[in-house]
Ligand binder design. Structure first.
Ligand SMILES: [Zn+2]
Length: 247
């Protein structure tokens, strides 16, 4: 009985100090963070590159609509040497031109974007902000928290250009990989592209660590896990109305 009383007290304390972060607040933070990046990073105007990236992103968005509940996404291609790409809660996608040298085919870029949208679907950004709020002291912190806060940007995995690197956990990475693989397959991209992508990442990281790897660390078993999952997503790929359509 005493233990129960103690637990109840602990529960009361917890409720008062741990704020509940609403999805809408996180979406707003995503928008604010995106505005900041847009205002500070050159935007690629080349129509061919834009068309190519949008074509791939739109197919991933189309097949993920039921899971994200996001009606309209904004896609921006940034002209940058950073090997990076991201998707944010609230429906924002950023692709940096340098990643096109690593994600060399449409299937490989679809693997990147599927993975990023996977993080949004699994609400990893929200989880990470929540953890940071608790670590920093609870409700008071939440009140002043906006999307341009470096901690929030770090939690979204977009802190690299602002010096905040907060890597996703291994389990979050695996989750995003699995969701991403099925999204790309449904969108008619050959899921083999995911294996090729991470092989390419391994190769380029020999000379310079791609920014995307600092927030999405590649563990040794990633490629092995993806290979094991491949057979289960091939039916999605084979029956996709977009199968192998060129972007
Ligand atoms: Zn990731």
């Amino acid at each position: 009985m005493k233990a129960l009383k103690y637990l109840f007290l602990l529960f009361l304390v917890f409720c008062q100090t741990v704020p509940i972060l609403e999805d809408q607040q996180v979406d707003k933070m995503g928008e604010e963070a995106f505005q900041k990046i847009k205002s500070e990073t050159p935007i690629e105007k080349d129509p061919k590159i834009n068309q190519y990236v949008r074509c791939i992103a739109n197919r991933i968005i189309e097949v993920s609509r039921n899971e994200t509940n996001i009606k309209e996404w904004e896609i921006v291609v940034f002209r940058s040497d950073l090997i990076n790409a991201f998707a944010l809660p609230g429906g924002k996608i950023g692709v940096y031109t340098a990643i096109l040298n690593v994600a060399k085919t449409q299937d490989q870029l679809a693997a990147v974007l599927g993975h990023e949208v996977g993080h949004v679907i699994k609400k990893h950004g929200k989880q990470r902000i929540q953890t940071q709020i608790i670590a920093m002291g609870g409700l008071k912190v939440l009140e002043g928290l906006i999307g341009t806060n470096p901690t929030v940007m770090g939690a979204f995995g977009i802190g690299a250009q602002y010096g905040v690197i907060l890597p996703f956990s291994r389990s979050q990475e695996s989750e995003a990989d699995i969701v991403g693989l099925s999204l790309m397959a449904k969108a008619g991209f050959n899921p083999q592209g995911a294996i090729e992508l991470w092989e390419n990442m391994k190769q380029v990281s020999g000379s310079k660590m791609p920014e995307i790897l600092s927030t999405h660390p590649a563990h040794d078993t990633r490629i092995k896990e993806l290979k094991e999952k491949l057979p289960s997503v091939y039916p999605l790929y084979n029956f996709s109305p977009y199968k192998d359509k060129k972007c």
